[in-house]
Ligand binder design. Structure first.
Ligand code: CA
Length: 432
């Protein structure tokens, strides 16, 4: 529901929040953070500050089970509570941060804010399971063309939201270095593989979905209810070792080429904050089959997609040394996904598999149809055959040590305050 918390005219007494590119008053994403030297706890991002939820409870600004769950050092129980809990906290935090708050409330709230720059952000929940989907059809087609130029998409693609089980243990929040993995690599002209540092290290621009309330084993989540099991969204970089992937993936799919590290933006942007940016799922191209009935929901088709602009930027050591700004490599949008987030939920549970609060889904690489929106280096460089020229005079085929990759997202719609996700960034560290 659109309500007063979405009003573009709403302003905060915290002036930096008004027009803040990521975290204005209308966003209020949840996360877990540590103020300098202190223990992890739940918080809400507002402009360049973080609202300390245990402190806000202590100060009597918040109360009740939802706020208590959102103040914990892992948000799994809060995610499980669903929309009523999220809406209650959103409404109350909006109230205490808005211009209409009394001077006494402002003063008490002010004492619960920390400078975000002086805090450490953590994963917002204990991730029990991580699933990586493949719902970006343009990425699937670009990748398939390398192997099957005349028939790039596998026959199942338009029927099955294809996925594999990723590795939850190596998901990390934005800002941590990503160590170049070692692994088995074999060039086509080599007779046997060697073990050593990945030569073709890549990023994948993905959108993450946080699962809220789960389901019991054996009880699938129907498509009409699937959206109620989604607790929020983040950005996700599925770092990929292409040479290791090419050698190991026949026939069972990604393993060590993906499991060395996955980076996410640490703030859970709620479905409530994103309500103004919902769109109908774009119609399938003429001639494509309709989803099978269990994946086809009227509400989902009408409101199940999101319109969020996504950018990938690169910042090399040379660019940093010269004071050059990061260079945009990719501009895409979540509307390029072939499957909705709810369809992913229904598909994964359709065999009875149980999802649990705090499970994480990756969407698959969200490439746009046009080349400026191809969302991995494998696509942009045709697996390294075509280098990309950077403004620093450098060329990149794949990532080099010291390169930083930054994802940004921006939801914009006329009549609403635009909101963002914060950054999802990582610097490549040399292999060990
Ligand atoms: Ca992926």
């Amino acid at each position: 529901m659109i309500d007063h918390t979405h009003a573009a005219t709403a302003r905060s007494w915290l002036h930096a929040a008004n027009g803040h590119p990521d975290f204005p008053l209308q966003n209020l994403p949840h996360g877990v953070f540590s103020p300098h030297g202190a223990t992890p706890r739940g918080g809400i991002a507002i402009a360049d500050k973080i609202l300390d939820l245990p402190a806000a409870l202590e100060a009597g600004l918040l109360d009740g089970p939802a706020a208590e769950a959102a103040a914990q050092p892992a948000l799994n129980a809060f995610l499980a509570m669903g929309a009523p809990a999220r809406r209650a906290i959103r409404a109350r935090v909006f109230e205490i941060l808005s211009e209409s708050a009394s001077p006494a409330t402002r003063e008490r709230t002010q004492s619960c804010l920390h400078d975000a720059a002086a805090c450490t952000v953590h994963l917002p929940a204990t991730i029990g399971d991580y699933t990586d989907f493949f719902a970006g059809i343009h990425h699937a087609r670009n990748g398939g063309k390398l192997l099957r130029p005349d028939n790039p998409l596998m026959p199942n693609y338009k029927y099955v939201p294809v996925a594999y089980h990723g590795r939850a243990s190596s998901v990390r929040p934005s800002g941590l270095a990503v160590r170049r993995p070692n692994g088995q690599r074999k060039l086509p002209d080599e007779t046997a593989p060697t073990f050593g540092p990945c030569r073709n290290l890549d990023f994948e621009l993905e959108f993450g979905t946080w699962i809220g309330g789960g389901n019991a084993l054996g009880e699938p989540i129907p498509i009409a209810e699937a959206h109620t099991h989604i607790a929020g969204f983040c950005l996700l970089n599925d770092w990929s070792a292409r040479d290791i992937q090419a050698w190991e993936s026949a026939p069972l799919g990604p393993f060590l080429a993906k499991s060395f590290h996955t980076t996410i933006s640490p703030w859970i942007v709620t479905p409530e904050a994103l309500r103004p940016f919902r769109t109908p799922q774009p119609p399938r191209p003429e001639g494509d089959p309709a989803p099978l009935p269990h994946l086809l929901g009227a509400y989902d088709q009408l409101h199940g997609a999101l319109d969020i602009a996504l950018d990938v930027l690169i910042h090399t050591p040379v660019m940093r040394a010269r004071g050059q700004a990061p260079h945009r490599l990719v501009a895409s949008n979540t509307q390029h996904l072939y499957w909705t987030f709810a369809q992913m939920v229904t598909h994964q549970t359709s065999n009875g598999c149980d999802l649990r609060p705090g499970d994480l889904f990756g969407s698959g690489t969200i490439s746009a149809p046009e080349e400026s929106g191809w969302a991995s280096l494998q696509e942009l460089t045709r697996v390294g055959r075509q280098g990309i020229d950077l403004p620093s005079g450098e060329t990149r085929r794949f990532l080099e040590d010291g390169d930083e990759i930054i994802f940004r997202a921006r939801a914009e719609r006329a009549g609403y305050a635009s909101i963002g996700f914060g950054e999802c960034r990582g610097v490549i560290a040399a292999a060990r």
